[in-house]
Design a binder for this molecule. Structure first.
Ligand code: B3K
Ligand code: ZN
Length: 844
């Protein structure tokens, strides 16, 4: 496979002045007629005229009305063109029903839909399929389907056809078409300048009652973007469509967002609180792309973080404003440490702006998205809120309608603030998670903190230079009073000392407040300091993190030495849990412990070979000891967690239910599942039903409940995904592989549906002790299914290869088995480019 490099970027030799498309829909033989006006691009070097095209049958082509015969390959075509402007016309035939990769135009449950990002438009017609080629699109759809949608505003509709026109120039990856017998949940919004916008959520008949929450989330997003970023919507209509077969969460096509149904449909009976929150966040994310992604797009796919990092940052600001900011921050850090850190510290490590790729779909990663968002958060901290707002205004002013780079983005900040950001730019080019170590000293009233930073080599980057690390710190005196409020230190050298004067006694540092930079902080300060911070820290993040570190240290001790749990941690935590002034959601987060995979990484970093069974056992013991120690605390918390009145997925109620779920999981260790069984019987919403079921599974008392749940929900695809996943995720290690295997034989295991496949295989690969069972059965089972799925859906297959990215942590036996399985995948006949690249990078 060919490698594409950022340094080889050249502009396309022509501008596209307009695009007219006609679709004659038919499941196996859709005809696509294109009329495209090209004009020479004076700023581009001379080049052969080339249009991308894959899986297309060319029926006819014309230039300025005269038939031509292009040279066609698997990747596109070349043809001789006039030296000035010209009209290109082509007719191609495609097979939407045969398209199982879910990229380009495909069918899902009898409905036509598209996914073009990143390079799917080339499976629809011949085109310069690159984000820096922008044009206006007019689309005519011919077919019997009741509903026929495309981007922009509706232009005409009649018997068997519909026409749409999108006045905003856009790259082809934002093109979308949907056609089917859909029904809509309507809504309306008036923008800040008084323009009325028609809103719709389109779904399959039967799903109408699951749209109200998504519609409210959309309106809130539109309002928030006006109030916080001054950004108004720019078309007469905004459509969202729910699709059951979809490779990712959702897609921000101009004026026509297409969603995985799991990310838009929601109802109390079928969705958990977490599902509601996710729907709200994804609707916001896709809506926010209208300005950060669509109006200003990426010059090339290396710049993906320009739109994704910024849009993730914006959606997390939105969630913080709608719900609890501390809870959102902690949840984001858990997610970052759980998904991005392993990526950044393993063979798949790559910069936020990668410099090469074989398959761009493999770079829609936690690094580009979540670390990309962290980089923007750091920038905002460094320049301050006011300068951030000024820079963003300048960005929208200067670059509206353009395809931009990270250089353009940083220049806006430099111009708005006068700051030199050349060192800061390393966050975009240097891969790996910086480790920051700290030492302190105290003499004559002066307290000093010395920081050192180091980033270990990552693939292709043996040497690392120091980065600009914004460190938010505070100091507490020994009584627990804050003597230095949160202060931002700019740590930009390999080693640097900061002094603080005027203290009578040595203060206690509270470091990396708010998780002000995506780094690993190595502070060997001892448990007393952590316990002190857990009790007294005024920063909600570092206070939570102190508890987390205590949990981590006691677990590591238990694993390595068979020690019993540290009572100072358990008692310190209890004091926090008893504080009823603290948000129940915050206390629920406090009750969590580092994931077992995270513990494996900590052990590996400290030179030990992690034993998944020992890690599992330690986590079990710790939970058991907490449960036994807290016999009078648990009922108190359970009472606080009680919700009265009608279900609402708002932050207040969800917080109580989150606390209730944490309590129930400990309670189950004491009563063998009695409370869970009672909750299961009376649950009238999915949050309670699922937490009850999860505990019954964990307690091995699940046969009747699983059956009842299946009987109740067999008609609901999204709920059944939960049923499939949970019985693997919540069970004990020895049952993981046999259960997964049994579920793959279940008649409802529709493995070509990405949600179902991920529900089952994703649950297995994230069950740490189950997946890493010493006999290698988990590895083999996953590899068997990845080999099978690759012929059908390379994108989803490649993504799931990530299960193997941490393989070098483990013992020689496990490493050997994983290597064998990776080699077996790599030697598959007709392996996709997607999977080939992933497996090769993982093997290193
Ligand atoms: N931009 C899309 C992701 C497309 C992924 C293509 N493999 C969704 C989003 O980030 O909003
Ligand atoms: Zn996005």
């Amino acid at each position: 496979p060919q490698t594409i490099y950022l340094k080889d970027y050249t502009p396309f030799g022509w501008h596209v002045e307009s695009v007219h498309l006609t679709f004659r829909l038919a499941p196996h033989s859709t005809r696509v007629l294109s009329k495209i006006r090209f004009a020479p691009n004076p700023d581009a070097p001379a080049q052969t005229f080339f249009l991308h095209g894959e899986m297309l049958k060319l029926i006819a082509a014309k230039i300025d009305g005269a038939p031509v015969t292009p040279d066609v390959t698997d990747e596109g075509l070349t043809v001789a063109v006039p030296s000035g402007a010209f009209l290109w016309e082509a007719e191609v035939e495609i097979d939407p029903k045969g398209n199982t990769a879910l990229e380009g135009l495909y069918m899902s449950n009898g409905m036509y839909c598209t996914q073009c990002e990143a390079e799917g438009f080339r499976k629809i017609t011949y085109y310069p399929d690159r984000p820096d080629v922008m044009s206006t699109f007019t689309v005519r759809i011919e077919g019997d389907e009741k509903v026929k949608l495309s981007n922009g505003n509706p232009q005409a509709e009649g018997d068997g056809f519909a026409e749409w026109h999108d006045p905003w120039p856009k790259p082809a990856y934002l093109f979308a078409l949907v056609a089917g017998d859909l029904v809509n949940h309507p809504g309306a919004f008036t923008t800040m300048s008084g323009k009325d916008v028609e809103l719709n959520i389109w779904v399959r008949p039967g799903d109408e009652d699951k749209c109200a929450f998504g519609m409210e989330a959309l309106k809130k997003s539109m309002k928030w973007d006006e109030e916080v970023y001054g950004r108004e919507y720019d078309l007469d209509i905004f459509n969202i469509v729910a699709v059951d077969d979809f490779n990712m969460g959702a897609m921000e096509n101009k004026g026509l967002n297409v969603f995985n149904s799991s990310c838009v449909l929601a109802s109390p009976e079928t969705s958990t609180d977490a599902n509601f929150e996710r729907v709200e966040a994804i609707i916001a994310h896709e809506y926010f792309h209208n300005w950060t992604g669509n109006r200003i797009t990426c010059r090339d796919w290396f710049q993906l973080c320009l739109k994704e990092g910024l849009t993730v940052f914006r959606d997390s600001q939105f969630t913080s404003d709608m719900r609890s900011a501390p809870v959102k921050r902690i949840s984001d850090v858990i997610d970052l440490r759980g998904r991005q850190f392993p990526e950044d510290q393993g063979p798949l490590s790559h910069p936020v702006r990668p410099e090469s790729f074989q398959e761009i779909n493999n770079f829609y990663t936690a690094t580009v998205y979540e670390k990309g968002a962290e980089v923007i958060g750091m920038l905002k901290r460094l320049v301050g809120d006011e300068a951030y707002a000024k820079a963003l205004d300048l960005y929208f002013d200067r670059h509206d309608g353009q395809a931009c780079t990270i250089e353009d983005w940083l220049k806006v900040f430099e111009d708005a603030t006068g700051r030199d950001l050349s060192q800061f730019k390393r966050w975009y080019s240097q891969a790996g998670t910086p480790r920051v170590s700290v030492s302190e000293s105290f003499a004559d009233g002066t307290y000093s903190l010395t920081f050192r930073q180091e980033t270990t080599p990552t693939p292709g980057q043996p040497e690392k230079a120091p980065q600009v690390i914004p460190l938010a710190v505070g100091l507490l005196n020994p009584n627990g009073d804050e003597v230095l409020p949160t202060t931002l230190l700019e740590f930009n050298q390999s080693e640097q000392t900061f002094n603080f004067n005027g203290f009578a006694a040595k203060p206690v540092p509270s470091l990396l407040r708010g998780f002000s930079a995506p780094v690993v902080l190595d502070r060997d300060a001892g448990r007393e300091e952590q316990a002190f911070l857990l009790a007294h820290d005024t920063d909600t993040f570092t206070r939570w993190d102190a508890g987390r570190q205590l949990a981590r240290e006691t677990l590591v001790d238990m694993i390595l030495t068979g020690a019993t749990p540290d009572m100072a941690y358990i008692d310190g935590l209890e004091a926090v849990l008893r504080d009823e002034t603290l948000d129940p959601a915050y206390r629920a987060l406090m009750m969590g412990t580092p994931s077992q995979s995270e513990l494996a990484q900590v052990l590996a970093d400290r030179g030990h070979v992690p034993d998944p069974d020992a890690i599992w056992q330690a986590a079990e013991t710790l939970a058991q000891v907490k449960a036994e120690r807290w016999t009078d605390l648990l009922p108190r918390l359970a009472a606080e967690a009680e919700v009265t009145g009608t279900y609402s997925p708002d932050a207040e109620q969800s917080a109580r239910r989150a606390l209730g779920a944490a309590v129930l999981s400990l309670q189950t260790r004491l009563d063998g599942g009695a409370a869970a069984e009672a909750q299961f019987a009376r649950a009238d919403n999915m949050t309670l039903q699922l937490s009850a079921l999860s505990n019954l599974i964990r307690a091995g008392r699940d046969e009747a409940a699983l059956k009842a749940f299946e009987d109740q929900w067999r008609g609901d695809r999204l709920v059944m995904d939960k049923w499939f996943g949970l019985q693997i995720a919540a069970t004990t290690p020895e049952k993981v592989v046999p259960r997964t295997e049994a579920l793959t034989a279940h008649p409802a295991f529709d493995w070509k549906n990405p949600n179902r496949f991920r529900a089952v295989m994703g649950a297995m690969m994230t069950h740490h002790a189950g997946f890493h069972s010493a006999d290698g059965a988990g590895y083999r089972l996953l590899a068997d299914w990845l080999i099978r799925l690759d012929d059908v859906n390379p994108q989803t297959t490649a993504r799931m290869c990530q299960a193997f990215q941490t393989w070098r942590r483990y013992d020689a036996g496990r490493q050997e088995t994983i290597r064998t399985e990776l080699e077996r995948i790599r030697s598959k006949q007709k392996l996709s480019r997607d999977v080939d690249e992933m497996v090769s990078r993982i093997l290193g």
